[in-house]
Write a protein that binds this ligand. Sequence first.
Ligand code: NAD
Length: 446
Amino acid sequence: MQFKEVKIPEGDRIESKDGKLVVGDRPIVGVLRGDGIGLDITPVMRKVVDAAVERVYRDKRAIAWCPLYAGLEGLQRYGSEFPDETIEAIRHLKVAIKGPFTTPVGEETHVCLHCAHQQNRAGKCEKCGKDDGVTERFRSINVRFRQALDLFACVRPVRYFKGVPAPNKYADKVDFILFRENTEDVYAGHDFESGSETARAIISLIKEKTGRQIRLDSGIGVKPISVFGTERIVRKALQWAVQQKLPSVTLVHKGNIMKFTEGSFVKWGYELARREFGDITVSEKELWEKLGGKMPAGKILVKDRIADSIFQQIQTRPDEYSVFALPNLNGDYLSDAAIALVGGLGLGPGANMSEEVALFEATHGTAPKYTGMDKVNPGSIILSAVMMLNHMGWNEAADRILRGMEQAIQDGRVTYDLARLMEREGRKDVRELSSSGFGEAIIERL
Ligand code: NAD
């Protein structure tokens, strides 16, 4: 494949065969620096990953990083914040990791990709004074990545790090990974204003077909949940559980109320588990009705929980849960609640995945006021790299980084955000480090 700006380094292209990744010893991985503090955190992540891979596999394995460009770098190289070539390259490479990207939120016509300032004219930024970062406002780069690459699974691991102040007594038992469906449900964009022609037409159609009257001044939202959408998210969650040898997959739903959307999500989820993973899964029903409650070794338990009860259970019995598969809205709520459980910090990693492509990401924004100061916490993108190594099957290197980070936090060697919280809890031995200093502290503890 020929690219204009992208230089594919020497190495092994990651392939996908029968739903499985084939990863050589020199896999080529795309890396997008991101805007704002992407400048600070992305190089730290690369250094930590390279050090862990080198420590574990010596010269047998190494990542061949392939820089790709979007946001400010896209503008500078291609004149577009969202270049087609970048999408093509991610599709080609199958695995990539990215920093955060600026999203214009205000009404102004232009945005500066150096500092996220918005203004009503092109040219020089009125805030930071730079003249090569101002562009017309655009739709979220993150959303466009999801749409262009059909990244239907939003994947969020949540785990506790010793030493991080957390509100919950059982926080140390939290080790979840959530697979949230990204394309359907009330987020599909079928939302109609009260009094609009479509809202009125839907209200009268429902009256005509079912005899039920919805108040005429109602806004109407449509909540599609399909067999196709359900199966692919549940399959992804099960594939992860199999690959990472995890004990259970829980389907989260409000099927007691919304029978043909949320209820069907569960029904189709169980059917898929039986059909495609029948030899390695046991449903909770089978467990109690056929196996007397004794889980056979090495099998994965598939269970379901009503959404409201799971919010209690992740607090009271977090160790009973491991992998979650959720429709979009439940996934949105539960991932934030789970993160709060372990301290609510910007350490949370994430990824968006399709059948073939996985794009790992820092989950926070570009924090423009800290750009270039080597100050912010690179934890989110480093932990996303941990997930990426797991995805590639390089679990030993992933574990090393986790342990290194946990030890650095326990030793009180952290960036300002964590230092502040730890000191507030009364710790006296905390030493505040820079972004790169935190990276070094992890490397020292690999
Ligand atoms: P933000 O996450 O960038 O920053 C909010 C505050 O959180 C910062 O001021 C900082 O105090 C803190 N913070 C964020 N990341 C941190 C880190 N790694 N370490 C320590 N502290 C950290 O959110 P915002 O200010 O609302 O958004 C700024 C820009 O980022 C906007 O353009 C927004 O659209 C974009 N954004 C992008 C993503 C993404 O690319 N995934 C996500 C959220 C926001």
